[in-house]
Every structure is written in structure tokens, then in C-alpha cells.
Design a protein around this ligand. Structure first.
Ligand code: HEC
Length: 157
């Protein structure tokens, strides 16, 4: 089989999965970003097992380091959000939506939190490798971020 006959079905499959996702009302990531995790980072999985303790630690770290921008419930409406958006023209994301919950892997969220995002001289999102130095703690934050999605809302309602 030639290379192109292999590539085409893969591309078709990818685009039909995309169409299914769209049909379900799931939005893909905006394409205007160069903040994309390398494939090996996307594929990483958490070494921290799920537990109430891990979640509680993740929640505390989130409230300390993330909620000023992303809001206590992750809606992107923290007290710093508006000022930050004015300064950088990039509003903090709503972490509860499908852009994050369906389209980002745990490894990708971990990578983004670890390295942050700078563009030109602006800090769009701070890097947390230094403020949250233990890898396990950043994975606990990822575990907490996962509870901000719609599943959580259903459980609470
Ligand atoms: C100073 C404000 C600020 C703080 C504090 C902050 N973020 Fe963000 N975050 C942003 C902005 C702005 C974006 C959107 C970046 C863009 O436009 O691509 C973002 C995007 C994200 C994304 C989505 C990335 C994507 O591609 O969909 C995740 C996940 C995230 N932040 C998690 C966190 C976590 C977890 C913390 C705390 C450890 C945190 N953020 C702290 C401003 C902040």
C-alpha cells in the first residue's frame, strides 16, 4: 500500500469524528493559538490516583493560584479576569466548557499549567512550575479542573 492510501482514511476518520463532536454541540478549540502541547506531553497521564485527598489538595491550589482569573467555579470570571483581558486581549478561559473538558487531555492541561503562555512580552497565563513546584501537586490541580466540567454540574443539580 502506498503512503497516501494510508493517510487519506486516517484524515477522513479524524474529520468524521470532528463532525460527530460538532453534531453533539461540542466545540473544538479555537485555531488562533500557538499554545499547543507537544504530542508526547498530550499523551502523558497522571501518576496521582483519584482520591478525595488529592482532589481537596487540587482544589486548595486552584483557589490559591487559578481562581483570580478563572473564577472559583472555573467560569472565567475571577476578580482579575476583566483587567487581565484588557491588558492582554486574551480573556481567561471558561474551564467548564467542552473546549477544555472534551478537547484537552490531562497531559495537555498539565503541560499548559506547567509552562504557561507568553506572547511577545505579555504573560497570557503564568507558568506554575515554580509556584507549584511538585509535579504531583500540578496533577492534583488537573484532577480538580476535571470536576469543573458539566458532569459535576449534573451531579450538583
Ligand atoms: C493571570 C490570569 C490567569 C491565571 C492566574 C491562570 N490562568 Fe489559565 N488561562 C488564562 C488565560 C488568559 C487563558 C487563555 C489563553 C489563550 O487565550 O489561549 C488561560 C487558559 C487556561 C486553560 C485552557 C487552555 C486551552 O487551551 O484551552 C487552562 C486549562 C487553564 N488556563 C488552567 C489554569 C490553571 C489550572 C491555573 C492555576 C494553576 C490557571 N489557569 C491560572 C489566564 C490565567
Amino acid at each position: 500500500m502506498t503512503r497516501s492510501t494510508l493517510v487519506v482514511p486516517a484524515a477522513l476518520l479524524a474529520s468524521s469524528l470532528h463532525v460527530i463532536a460538532l453534531a453533539q454541540g461540542v466545540k473544538p478549540r479555537p485555531q488562533d493559538t500557538d499554545w499547543v502541547a507537544p504530542a508526547e506531553e498530550k499523551a502523558r497521564t497522571s501518576p496521582v490516583g483519584k482520591s478525595p485527598e488529592a482532589l481537596e489538595r487540587g482544589r486548595k491550589l486552584y483557589l490559591k493560584h487559578c481562581s483570580d482569573c478563572h473564577g472559583q467555579k472555573g467560569k472565567g470570571d475571577g476578580p482579575l479576569a476583566r483587567l487581565h483581558a484588557q491588558r492582554t486581549l486574551r480573556p481567561p478561559y471558561d474551564l467548564t466548557g467542552s473546549e477544555v473538558q472534551s478537547f484537552l487531555s490531562d497531559g495537555e492541561i498539565f503541560w499548559k499549567v506547567t509552562v504557561g503562555y507568553r506572547k511577545a512580552d505579555k504573560v497570557i497565563m503564568p507558568a506554575y512550575k515554580v509556584p507549584i513546584p511538585a509535579d504531583e501537586d500540578r496533577w492534583r490541580v488537573v484532577q480538580f479542573v476535571r470536576t469543573l466540567g458539566p458532569e459535576r454540574v449534573q451531579v450538583l443539580n
